[in-house]
Design a binder for this molecule. Sequence first.
Ligand code: F6R
Length: 241
Amino acid sequence: PRIRVAESYEAMSAAAAEAIARRLAARPSLRLALPTGHTPIGLYRRLVELTRQEGLRWDRARVFLLDEYLGLGPDDPGSFRRYMDEHLLRHLDPAPAVDALNGKAADPEVECARYEQVLAREGLDLVVLGIGRNGHIGFNEPGSPFQSRTRVVTLTADTRRANAPDFGGDPEAVPPRALTVGIATILDGKEIFVLAAGEAKAPAVERAIQGPLDPAVPASALQRHPKVTWFLDRDAARDLD
Ligand code: F6R
């Protein structure tokens, strides 16, 4: 993979934002999958700035969210759909078309199948990922098969603890299940960016890049993809050789 280590969180965010802006400028109909979480907040801030500065247009692009909590919809404060509106979409005018897994779908399995079909039809040009400290990508927790597709999953206790700050600090308040694109769905993207910042991510980053291919570290599956760029700050890169 390509590994770009930045001096700071801000520099990492700027580097990733510039790379995405270049992809969009080269291909206005970009099909882009995006993560939520704490890591990409700086990226989205920078991308909004670049959009204004460079007059980037998003009206032919399509944005897809990677995952969503089961039971949460766009109006729920903890939902990923709401996050994406707040941090990115409402700042883009004209906004791109958006599709996301609906956490409130009457039949979540049918919703996952729908989404997998849409992604197969559209074809993702670029998949942007964060990485969990347990090595997850999307909500593909350790043990997820590399051939997994979009599906309903159960979150680990560690992930619910990590995301508790978004739910008043209580891990029990974090929904126990989620809908997520699969590892194989991610690997079908033409290009992949992964962002990681902070030393809590360093062990997962090291195992993903330098460890064996191992479903216990879902991000190690990215070693199978020919076009992956890691955007790291110095702390997240600490354990790399
Ligand atoms: C979020 C997602 C997750 C996060 C990961 C890191 O849509 O798919 O894989 O990217 O949990 O989260 P943060 O950035 O909050 O550390």
